[in-house]
Design a protein around this ligand. Structure first.
Ligand SMILES: [Zn+2]
Length: 394
């Protein structure tokens, strides 16, 4: 490979609507976004921007641009393969659902996964490495998320952090099942900069256990993982109690209870804390893989929890980026140039893309971009979009 001295400049022009990812101002003024060397450099009206010397120009053809979607809760194992449902290319398929970043909640589906401390540390470090070195179809997979097993001591968390591990898998999936021990380990993890999440609700598959509101509060993990259960949700009063009594990220997943998801968002709205709501799929899992899971959650919450569509997209972009300390998810100078371009689906009702989503319909995806590079064109998974963006030939 030769070094490229001149910067890679991406110009996306003729955008019909820009969604910011920012809950406090979800719609932005403008029709053009410019990225240089994979970072957002400028945005606004094309006539006010320097669009000269673009290495790639995309004519959005009037469609909507949003930050690439983030799936806050996946269970990857290796590459673009999951043994859970014997699926190949599930990450590529999810890119076609607009997801450009995934966060592992534990690589627990590895057959024969080690449960001894030295083994689980080795696996976490290896998982972090192989997804750092290999991005399936360009998708950023933040992995290497060990689950807590009894016998771990403070030095183990320091070793993991020193080796580059930044996440814990869901508390409760390993052998640590009591709040006191979990609290101690989560505190050690936090001390060394490792972010934590907790399984909330009933057991997901045979072998996992119940985690109720008391244990979630006692453990104090950084994210309340699948507050709507994965699959079985806690009773309503416990969900409300969790929303009211801590300030952590509130994660709603596709593989959970949809009624509990609506309750969660309605409670967050009453508390004026919708900024805490983040979305995940919890796939691959018993329910399979959901290439459109994040889009489906956006549409479901928009339709059933009465969230304006432009705000529902913030749950899957800016909110997650802020709760998870990611450098993507917002249209902001210096952020990663990760985008999804989409339009109202053909023959879907509604006056425009936002109203169509608020009526419960999925948008059609026309393009994804990661780090300023076009990664996919018209989605093979969403309904077809009315209009499609295109790369302008040189
Ligand atoms: Zn779980």
């Amino acid at each position: 490979m030769t070094m490229n001295a001149s910067p890679e400049k991406l110009v996306i022009r003729n955008i019909g609507l820009i969604l910011s990812g920012r809950l406090e101002a979800p719609i932005m003024d403008g029709d053009c976004v410019i990225a240089v060397d994979g970072r957002i450099a400028a945005f606004g009206h094309e006539k006010d921007l320097d669009t000269a010397d673009a290495t790639t120009t995309v004519d959005a053809n009037g469609v909507t641009l949003a930050p690439g979607l983030i799936d806050s809760h996946v269970h990857p194992v290796i590459g673009d393969y999951t043994p859970r449902q014997q699926q190949l290319h599930w990450i590529d398929s999810t890119l076609h659902g607009g997801v450009t970043t995934m966060i592992s909640a534990g690589e627990v589906h590895l057959p024969g996964r080690p449960r001894d401390v030295v083994g689980l540390k080795a696996m976490a470090i290896a998982s972090q490495r192989w997804y750092e070195h290999f991005r399936p179809s360009g998708v950023k997979v933040h992995a290497g998320a060990p689950v807590l097993e009894t016998g771990m001591v403070e030095q183990d968390f320091k070793d993991l952090a020193d080796a580059g591990v930044k996440l814990l898998g869901e508390v409760g999936l390993g052998s640590v099942k009591d709040g006191k021990t979990a609290r101690q380990m989560v505190d050690w993890a936090r001390k060394y900069g490792i972010q934590s999440t907790i399984h909330t609700g009933g057991p997901s598959i045979p072998g996992s256990g119940l985690i109720d509101a008391d244990m979630v509060l006692e453990t104090g993990a950084d994210v309340i993982g699948h507050i709507n259960g994965g699959h079985s949700a806690l009773p309503d009063d416990q969900i409300v109690c969790l929303c009211e009594n801590c300030l952590k990220g509130i994660e709603v997943v596709h593989n959970g209870n949809e009624r509990a998801a609506v309750l969660t968002v309605n409670t967050a709205r009453e508390l004026k804390q919708m900024n805490r709501v983040i979305l995940g799929t919890d796939g691959p899992a018993g329910s399979g893989v959901q290439p459109l899971g994040i889009l489906r959650l956006v549409a479901m919450l928009s339709a059933f929890a009465n969230v304006p569509a432009e705000q529902a997209f913030c749950f899957a972009t800016g909110n997650t980026a802020r709760e998870r300390n990611l450098d993507c998810g917002l249209i902001e100078a210096g952020r990663a140039a990760d985008f999804v371009l989409m339009d109202q689906a053909q023959h879907a009702p509604g006056r425009n893309i936002l109203e169509s989503i608020e009526l419960g319909n999925l948008p059609g995806i026309g393009m994804t971009i990661i780090d300023g590079v076009v990664r996919s064109g018209r989605s093979r998974n969403t309904p077809p979009a009315r209009r499609l963006p295109e790369v302008v030939p040189d």
